[in-house]
Write a protein that binds this ligand. Structure first.
Ligand code: MG
Length: 133
């Protein structure tokens, strides 16, 4: 992921993308505890707009099933933008079929977390993806 440039005090930014307010709240708390500045979006389209508004995020957790624009479509759309190539993308989803995992990784996701998840699983995946605190 893109670490803040030396000499800046910007905290790493995370965007939690999920149509469930409850899930967003759980993930927000985990990431806030890791000192991320946390933002939220309810679908992929909102997420793309939020990323443009913020000028980029370091990490996004991405639900698969969402209205308007789903998580896979979001990953595909973001990965067409070279300026966001360094954004760490972690899919968080109830889809457990290995075909879904493969499709997400092929689209450009960095990690895949299956719901229901625990805090430790999220931390493990962030460490694997190089985004741990
Ligand atoms: Mg959903």
């Amino acid at each position: 992921m893109n670490l803040p440039e030396q000499g800046t005090t910007r905290r790493p930014r995370a965007l939690v993308i999920d149509d469930s307010r409850a899930v967003r709240s759980i993930i927000r708390q985990i990431l806030a505890d890791l000192s991320f500045e946390v933002h939220e979006a309810e679908d992929g389209q909102q997420a793309l707009a939020k990323i443009d508004e913020l000028g980029g995020v370091d990490l996004a957790t991405v639900d698969w099933n969402m209205p308007v624009m789903n998580g896979l479509q979001f990953v595909e759309a973001l990965r067409t933008k070279p300026e966001h190539a360094g954004t760490c993308l972690v899919m968080v989803t109830t889809e457990t079929d290995m075909d879904y995992v493969r499709r997400a990784l092929e689209a450009g996701a960095d990690e895949f977390v299956m719901k229901p998840f625990t805090r430790d699983v999220i931390l493990d995946k962030l460490n694997i993806a190089g985004s741990g605190a």
